[in-house]
Design a protein around this ligand. Structure first.
Ligand code: FES
Length: 171
């Protein structure tokens, strides 16, 4: 497991579409975990909910999508190998990024759609997941759809792309 910079960033970062936020915005920072890694309580929650049903996943509609206009460098491609996820703080937002193929990446707001806690990286049954430490919701890393917890809405999706040496997110 490789991880870096688990700093004391606020639990919630305000943004125009994340109205439940109450924290301030800190300086730009990145966190990165290889696939299979757990983050503290999020990891504990992931393990504790391993028996939850996946039925909720199938009930969800397509994720809501952030409408932005500027592709912004989020993380270098070398820092995010295929199959890995990262939590990146970018322009006042915490974004969850997953690279599912060489040229395919997915990005989501880390604001939990249940009650606004910050969703982190986790693992469930050997697969990467986005996990909320507050009440145990998990989100699919390639769709943002919740499963195994109280959240019912998908994480807000951002347009992401592999652009040479960088993964960009349209903000
Ligand atoms: S705030 Fe995330 S599960 Fe409740």
């Amino acid at each position: 497991m490789t991880s870096s910079d688990r700093s004391s960033a606020p639990d919630r970062v305000p943004s125009p579409e994340d109205t439940s936020c109450c924290g301030g915005c800190g300086p730009t920072r990145r966190t990165f975990l290889e696939r299979g890694a757990l983050i503290g309580a999020a990891g504990v929650a992931a393990v504790g909910l391993s028996g939850c049903t996946d039925a909720i996943r199938n009930e969800q509609n397509a994720p809501s999508h952030h409408v932005g206009g500027t592709p912004t460098r989020a993380i270098e491609t070398a820092e995010l190998p295929v199959g890995n996820s990262a939590s990146v703080q970018l322009r006042g937002r915490i974004l969850l990024i997953h690279r599912s193929a060489e040229q395919t990446v997915h990005a989501y707001s880390a604001v939990c759609t249940h009650q606004g806690c910050t969703v982190g990286l986790g693992e469930r049954q050997g697969e990467p997941t986005f996990a909320c430490p507050c009440h145990g919701s998990h989100f699919d890393v390639t769709t943002g759809v919740p499963y195994g917890g109280p959240a019912r809405k998908p994480l807000t999706e951002f347009t992401a792309a592999v652009d040479g040496d960088w993964i960009t997110v349209t903000l």
